[in-house]
Design a protein around this ligand. Structure first.
Ligand SMILES: [Zn+2]
Length: 343
């Protein structure tokens, strides 16, 4: 089973060089269906789960992406490390269209999107001071450096920035000129996008390591002679995709080695804290007051924490849950899954 997932914006890697699909996974989760069947296969020799965030053929708006279902399905698969791509606009002259950036911090300006797995019988508050995994982000940067992709603009057209602050807006329309000017004059966000929130919060709640690689496609519209459009985003995204694919091939191999190393050191104090985000007081609800229904609904997410923090056994799985489990571990054909979705 894959331990690493790759989330892409619009199927840029579907059926393309580097990814060999083996089977698909399309479970009905308690939070609905994922954006599209999750493809499991080999990318440069590393088995990964590939998620098309906007669905097959890019049918979902950023506000419509079922972030909870996508991450829940990855958790069911046993994925613990995720590389997420996101196309963004620049709000900073240093971050030029065609560059890449590792997102280290985010500002959430979305509204109304479901941003938690919790509620309805269980309260939890995870720490988001570092919204992405610092260890894996460092490794991504080191790998890019090894590939010669770091700030050598004189030698290559694409540079990779080690640290960026991403503002996530609701969309789907791009910013107005005044909004873009305000963001441009604000020193904090370097980039603006539409999809990384609440996704990154859900990854933390699901105790998964995630890194965000931003593909900078435009200058938003703070610069009058360079106004963002969907065409410009697609064009510039296409230009940089061969470099992204090359970088991902190296990064996934490095991540596979790193996560094995981290797993071997699981009792050491320097263990990556992303995978233990629900430890300690993060779950505010008294464990004795968490109902069997909640435990069943959030089984993949609570499994580790309840096993560590409580002696009580997980409730037996109902016939409905058995069905979900079977779906989870079967190679569901897209046709069958689509039929079930219509019912
Ligand atoms: Zn981490």
């Amino acid at each position: 089973m894959p331990k690493i997932a790759l989330i892409v914006g619009s199927g840029g890697f579907e059926g393309q060089e580097g990814f060999a699909e083996e089977w698909r996974f399309y479970p009905l989760t308690p939070f609905g269906w994922p954006s599209a069947p999750i493809k499991v296969g080999l990318f440069n020799g590393v088995r990964i789960a590939l998620v098309l965030r906007h669905g097959e053929g890019h049918t979902l708006l950023p506000s419509e992406v079922p972030y909870q279902a996508n991450i829940y399905a990855l958790k069911m698969l046993g994925v613990d490390t995720v590389v997420a791509l996101t196309t963004v606009g620049s709000l900073d002259r240093r971050f030029k269209p065609g560059d890449l950036a590792i997102v280290r911090q985010m500002v959430d300006h979305t509204n109304g999107r479901p941003s938690t797995f919790f509620g309805r019988g269980i309260a939890a508050h995870v720490v988001m001071a570092d919204p992405v995994c610092p260890h894996m982000s460092d490794l991504l940067y080191q790998t890019a450096k090894f590939c010669g992709l770091v700030h050598i603009r004189k030698a290559v057209e694409t540079a990779l920035h080690d640290s960026a602050v991403l503002k996530v807006m609701e969309g789907p329309a791009f910013s107005t000129g005044a909004e873009s000017q305000m963001n441009y004059r604000n020193p904090l966000p370097n980039l603006i996008g539409m999809t990384a929130m609440p996704e990154v919060k859900l990854f933390r709640e699901a105790e998964m390591r995630v890194v965000y690689l931003a593909i900078i496609t435009d200058n938003d519209c703070w610069c009058e002679r360079d106004v963002v459009s969907a065409g410009l985003v697609a064009e510039n995204s296409g230009k940089v995709s061969p470099i992204v694919r090359k970088l991902l091939a190296r990064v996934l191999v490095a991540f596979q080695a790193k996560r094995k190393w981290l797993a071997r050191r699981k009792r050491r104090p320097d263990r990556c804290s992303c995978v233990s985000a629900l430890d300690g007081p993060a779950i505010a609800t008294d464990l004795a007051h968490i109902s069997d229904g909640v435990k069943r609904r959030l089984h993949p997410i609570l499994k580790r924490r309840l096993a560590l923090g409580s002696k009580e056994q997980l409730p037996s799985i109902s016939s409905e849950e058995m069905c979900l489990e079977r779906l989870a571990h079967s190679r569901v054909r897209p046709k069958l899954a689509a039929d079930m979705q219509q019912q």
